[in-house]
Design a protein around this ligand. Sequence first.
Ligand SMILES: C[S@@+](CC[C@H](N)C(=O)[O-])C[C@H]1O[C@@H](n2cnc3c(N)ncnc32)[C@H](O)[C@@H]1O
Length: 380
Amino acid sequence: MQYKEIRVGEKVKRAINAGRQVFSVNWIKRVESNVGDLAMLKYGDSFLAWATLNPLDPYHYVRLLSTDEKYEPLEDLKDKIRRAKDYRSKIGYKNHYRLVYSESDFLSGLIIDKYNDIYVIQNANPFFDKNIEILRDALIELEGKNISIIEKSVGKSRETSRLEPRERILYGELYETTIKECNKKFVVNVLLGQKTGWFLDQRENRKIISKIRSEKAIDVFCYTGSFGICSNSDQIFFVEKNKYAVNILKKNISINRINNYKIFNDNAFKILKMLANRKEKFDLVILDPPDLLSEKNGLKNIILINSMAIDLIDEGFLATFSCSQDLKEERFLSILRTIIRRKRKKFSIIGKFQQAFDHKVIHPHRELNYLKGFLLEIHN
Ligand SMILES: C[S@@+](CC[C@H](N)C(=O)[O-])C[C@H]1O[C@@H](n2cnc3c(N)ncnc32)[C@H](O)[C@@H]1O
């Protein structure tokens, strides 16, 4: 394969040795190149690493591929996926999990989620974008021929990397399957679903919610109902605006034989206001919004929706989450504290939520840590 040679300074060498895998144009000066070109980084005459270039993305201009001089893309990928799988198996994750989490598995910009025999790729690495067949072949060689491989390279990371959105079946025919969590069954439809089909990052948090005994719970921004269905509640209200998610939610309610429920296929802000006007109260409120901070009026809406959620509780639990990378845990807690104090209510912090263990965060790539949340007990 053809490649460019790029000489880097002491600072980049030290950063690579410390584990950094992504470099902006502030670290490494642009050379003439195309998206997905291969480059050999050198310090003086010594080899440092193989990398790929994206001249259209100043933040992720250089992504490391391997620090092994004898880089062979297919073998390297297979080795890293094998190791990634081994780690998930050691922490007890079977059948469905995030198999590859970007830099944490030494595959910068690449995510692979596994749902039984379905493998979903979400990629922002320009080298794999150009050579997608390597990814497909690696998965088939490792996992066998009876699998399905679907690419869902869409969304924010694709936009920042200036790569065209891609959604296609790369191999096989299967795109819907059933997974099990908290002794409940859930339909995952990779093509109709959001992200790669299921919010794997909430796995451990669902287990925590399943331990809480409640008489009347509400799962706000419920997607396909994972929290509500996992909860140990006599009656559950579900709120979700996306109609495709609600169709799958209905299937999930049916296969888990849930009888006492209500579904609101509408805007959460509107529904919570309506429920407050009706003076409806819940002893468990789950609030798992999308990345509100990146939307218009982000902070205002985070405050508003949490405030509305707290109004629905006299005595009970609030499980509130934020997947906004720029909202740090301390700031989130301070917002909650202010809202609750202003309402002259009392609260205890029972616990903190974090992303599941397959979403591990490698040093120094702290940006891989995005999910945070609190389990609060609210009382008058
Ligand atoms: C982070 S996901 C929730 C994931 C879910 N808790 C789970 O574990 O499967 C956020 C969900 O909120 C929905 N959503 C976004 N804005 C909404 C709004 N204004 N009202 C209702 N639902 C909304 C999205 O369609 C998405 O399904």
